[in-house]
Write a protein that binds this ligand. Structure first.
Ligand code: PMP
Length: 387
């Protein structure tokens, strides 16, 4: 869809546009229930709190957990990941992370290790393996587990290509080994089904502003049953106000300070939108767009597509004779928004062998159509011919 004269193919960074009802509800929140949720018994505060609870319930249903109290609102995925990582790990712990992680996982782990608090190892995602990939990933994790491993962290879908991790199998193996599993769902929430309890995930971190079509400033942690974390941030939330200690119960234990009611209200509509369209239909549509892009770009001389066999919402490519940044700039001049470079994933680009070059990332959303892909291919073609 052409929006504001531009073709937007950077939905992995944040989806754009949002469904009209998301904008509508965000504005309505500011105009009609602008009180501070949970901070008073007056009608504007109660209305805000009610809306926030409605969003908690919708998110709980979407992610398959029985109690909405296990939905914690955060600013974005990064804040959620930091909340879980720093709240779960103790001095002397060992952690396993995948070789496709985003800096939102890698940097907090790196810092804690650098300060001598924890140690970590990286397990392989075997992106080029066609046979027995799941088995190889699991056996690599098993080999790298240590007596003091507390946590395994991996993303569900990569943000530089559409590679997925076998979450259910990794979760089973973690349960058997008495290790917790944290899943970064930044690129899968809203794109495919995630059922936290059924899949055995101990904590899932998701953005509100990507595949759930909320606005920026929204994100969530979905906690597994019985998971209790040490707090990352302490402060007021209108509960147990006479005590110095943060409450023991969720979600208040992890939600210090004023929640962004407008963002949460918008997210509530975004979740309704995803439910109405259906995650399976969204995934199928994105795969169709992926296949079309793969075919059109694949026909252009000098274009290299990475992991073309892994179909999904993200496609990474480079063009011989051009830097990724150059392609990004030229596409921008043609009114096409993509993201070039390293996409905050040093680990992922090292794994794909693109650490030196980076890549051009095209990422789809529900508002993209086949014409967008034709325009993208025409623009890449034009660039190549001008070489
Ligand atoms: N993890 C992954 C896999 C991502 O793609 C992103 C966003 N690019 C993040 C984490 C960070 O998300 P946010 O911007 O919502 O903090």
């Amino acid at each position: 869809m052409e929006y504001g004269g531009l073709i937007y193919l950077d939905n992995a960074a944040t989806t754009y546009p949002k469904p009209p009802e998301v904008y509508g509800e965000t504005v309505k929140a500011m105009l009609n229930y602008g009180g501070n949720p949970g901070r008073g018994a007056h009608s504007l505060s109660l209305a805000a709190a009610k809306k926030i609870y409605e969003c908690r319930e919708s998110a709980a249903a979407l992610f398959g957990i029985s109690d909405p109290e296990r939905v914690i609102f955060t600013l974005n995925t990064t804040y959620g990941l930091n909340t879980v990582i720093k709240g779960m790990l103790k001095s002397g712990d060992h952690v396993l992370i995948s070789d496709m992680e985003h800096n939102a996982v890698y940097r907090p782990i790196y810092k804690m290790a650098d300060q001598g608090q924890i140690t970590y190892d990286i397990f392989h995602s075997y992106p080029h393996e066609t046979k027995d990939r799941t088995k190889r990933i699991c056996s690599d994790i098993v080999q790298k587990l240590r007596r003091n491993t507390r946590l395994v962290i991996c993303n569900h879908t990569s943000n530089i290509c559409s590679l997925k991790m076998p979450i259910k199998e990794i979760a089973e193996l973690c349960k058997r080994s008495g290790v917790r599993l944290l899943v970064d769902g930044a690129q899968s929430a809203g794109h495919e089904k995630i059922r936290v309890d059924e899949m055995g995930i101990d904590a899932l971190c998701v953005p509100g502003h990507k595949g759930l079509y909320g606005i920026q400033g929204s994100g969530m942690v979905i906690l597994g049953r019985g998971i209790k974390l040490s707090t990352l941030v302490e402060g007021g939330n209108g509960v147990n106000s006479l005590e110095g200690k943060m409450p023991d119960f969720t979600p208040e234990r992890y939600e210090a300070g004023t929640l962004p009611t407008p963002a949460v209200s918008g997210l509530c509509e975004g979740i309704k939108f995803v439910k109405a369209v259906g995650e399976e239909r969204i995934a199928e549509r994105e795969k169709e767009l992926f296949r079309q892009t793969r075919e059109r770009l694949g026909n252009i001389e000098g274009v290299k597509i990475y992991l073309p066999q892994h179909e999904g919402s993200v496609l990474l490519f480079n063009v011989e004779g051009f830097s990724a940044e150059e392609i990004g700039e030229r596409l921008n001049r043609e009114g096409i928004c993509v993201r070039s470079g390293h996409h905050c994933s040093a680990l992922g680009h090292r794994t794909l062998g693109t650490a030196d070059s980076g890549g051009v990332r095209v990422s789809f959303g529900v508002f993209n159509n086949n014409e967008d892909i034709e325009e993208l291919a025409a623009a890449v073609n034009k660039t190549v011919k001008e070489r």
